[in-house]
Structure formats: C-alpha cells, structure tokens
Write a protein that binds this ligand. Structure first.
Ligand SMILES: NCCCCCC(=O)NO
Ligand SMILES: [Zn+2]
Length: 343
C-alpha cells in the first residue's frame, strides 16, 4: 500500500476555533500528520508526494464560486488590512436569505461556512489543495492497478459539501477520490465513513446519485456534531434514494455495538457490489479522543482493517479526524496493517 502525503499540510496552522464557548487552539493541528507519517514509515509503507491535478478536478464535486472563495478569501482579508485567522460571525439560518451571496467577505464567509470551528489562515488554501491532490493521487494509483492506497490528508474533508465548509474541512478529499474512480471507469463506488462524526459533506455531494453509495457509522447527531445531518431516516433523494445509509450510535458506544454496525455497513456495501471502496478514515472513535465519546481501544483498529479487507475491493483510504495525537499514528497504522493482513 502506498501512502500519499504532502508537507504543504503544515501551511494550515495558527488558527483558533470556537470550542464550548471559547476560542482555543485548533484540535486539528499539524502534528497530527507528522505522527501519522512517522507511524506509516515505521510500518514500512512507501510514501509519495501527490501529483498535480487540474482545477477542474475540484469542480467534479464542488461549486466553482465556493472553490474560488476558498482560494481567494485570505488574500481579500489581508487586502482589507486584516491579518490572522478568519472565522464567520453570522450564518444564513432560518428566516434569513440564502438566495443571495453577500459581496462583503464576512457575509460570504458565513454563507459558505456552517460553524466557527474552521479558521482560514494564509496557507489554508495551499494545504487544502494539497490534501485534495493526495486523495486524487491515491485514487489514481488504485485506478492504475494498486490494490489499495492511503491519502494522508490534512486538513480533512468529509464535512465539506458541494458549496460548504466546516468541521475542520474545506475540500472533500474522499468525495474527490470517489469521483476520480468513477471518472476512471469504476461503475459503482462505495464510500464508507468510519469517523466519529457524520460525513455530512460527502452525503450532500452524493445525495441524489445511485452510482456512489454513502455509508456512515457515527455518533448520533442528536447529541454530537454536526447535529443537523446523519439521522437514520436520511436515505438519499431522487435517483439516490436508497444509496445513503446512516448508522448513528450513542455516545459511549464500545466495540461490541460498533462492530455490529460495521458488519451492517459491510453487508450494505456487499449488496451494492461496488467496483471500488473509499474509506473516510477518522480515528476519533478512539476512547482517548479529546473531542469524541466512543470507546474503541487501540486493538480494535487492526480488526477494522481486517474486516474492510474482507470486501476484497480496490480500496482508497482517506484520512479524516482523530485528535489524540500521541495515539493517532498507532491507530491509523493499525487499520492499514490490519487491512494488509499484517496485524
Ligand atoms: N467543534 C467542531 C467539531 C468538529 C469535528 C471535526 C471532526 O472530527 N469531524 O470528523
Ligand atoms: Zn471526526
């Protein structure tokens, strides 16, 4: 399994997020990627830098004006004499208009963002684009015959929708990988999101499509972020009806219940009989994660990898969340080594 990683991830740093009512240093910090990189190198996996892809690759899943906002926002912020990280101050919630995008930067920020946890800094665009290219490169490797590949993406992507950013995510790396596989001739692709949080962005992108199955096991939005998507009654719309499967679980879920949900998701994927699999690999399901509340232990991550290998599908792993930085590398490498049959 090859690993795709870009040192440009480190350009996304220096912001703060609004967490439980106060501005705190971001949990989604550069050292996460450094620790994962060390762990996959220790596991003997080959590491490559990403290829470059045309701007149009991003528009296969994202709105053009949204991408242009991400690309230019911080330069505009600086041209107004501002510096440091950008956070929105208002959102087009109920009773407000969403049919008009304000011309000012603060209005546009609130139009495209859905939380105040996802700061944009000067290097955010470079890092997000590099993460997208890591995912596209991993998908290209699988399209060219690799059995599997791992995109060490930072910032993550599964909360980013067609024209939406938040949850530490800007461009939807997993959705880009799935679309690239479709564009390279894989007739049906399944996306399995095992991050603690629901991949609302990925669901949004494939909501009306039957060629990409979206399955997510996550903490119930009744009590957990993103709160407003990820319920079991969300099954897709139009041609996509029946091609979204949400398996929300309560806070405190341990391996027994998680494993049962994993089994149900693998059954659904088997029924869909995809030609490839994209895994949104968040490891914030770990019992020691600072912002999450499942109870998976380190020894469970190789088991997840083994179960995924059982699908016998060409597989692209895309890094999502996981904030217990001391253990993130061990947990990610555990999944990959389990998948490879080494654990
Ligand atoms: N306070 C915002 C929490 C964002 C969750 C990020 C994440 O891990 N998503 O998978
Ligand atoms: Zn997460």
């Amino acid at each position: 399994m090859k690993v795709v990683h870009s040192p440009l991830h480190a350009r996304h740093d220096g912001g703060k997020e609004l967490h439980r009512g106060e501005l705190v240093p971001c949990f989604e910090m550069p050292v996460r990627a450094d620790y994962i990189l060390k762990a996959v190198e220790r596991a003997g996996l080959e590491v490559l830098e990403p290829r470059s892809f045309a701007h149009e690759s991003l528009l296969r899943v994202h709105d053009a004006a949204f991408v242009e906002f991400l690309r230019t926002a911080h330069a505009e912020w600086r041209s107004l004499g501002k510096q440091g990280f950008m956070l929105p101050s208002g959102f087009p919630a109920r009773g407000l208009r969403r049919d008009h995008i304000p011309s000012g930067i603060n209005g546009r920020m609130g139009y495209y963002a859905f939380d105040a946890s996802t700061p944009i800094v000067e290097g955010t665009w470079d890092a997000a684009l590099a993460a997208a290219h890591c995912a596209l490169t991993a998908a290209a490797l699988v399209a060219e015959g690799e059995k599997s590949a791992y995109a060490l993406c930072r910032p993550p992507g599964h909360h980013a929708g067609h024209a939406l950013y938040g949850g530490y995510c800007f461009l939807n790396n997993a959705a880009l990988a799935a679309q690239h596989l479709r564009d390279r001739g894989f007739a049906r692709v399944a996306v399995l999101d095992v991050d603690y949080h629901h991949g609302n962005g990925t669901q949004d992108i494939f909501w009306e499509r039957s060629d990409v199955l979206f399955v997510s096991i996550h903490a119930t939005p009744e009590t957990e972020y993103p709160y407003f998507l990820g319920y079991a009654d969300e099954r897709g719309a139009g041609a996509g009806e029946g091609y979204t499967l949400n398996l929300p679980l309560p806070r405190g879920t341990g391996w027994k219940e998680y494993s049962a949900a994993l089994g149900a998701s693998l059954d659904a994927i088997g029924t869909f009989s995809p030609e490839a699999l994209v895994v949104s690999l968040g490891v914030d399901t770990y019992e020691g994660d600072p912002i999450s509340a499942f109870k998976l232990a380190q020894e469970h991550y190789p088991l997840i990898g083994q179960r995924l290998a059982g699908l016998k599908l060409p597989t692209v792993f895309v890094q999502e969340g996981g904030y217990a930085v001391d253990e993130i590398g061990t947990n990610v490498a555990g999944v990959l080594e389990g998948f490879l049959g080494r654990r």
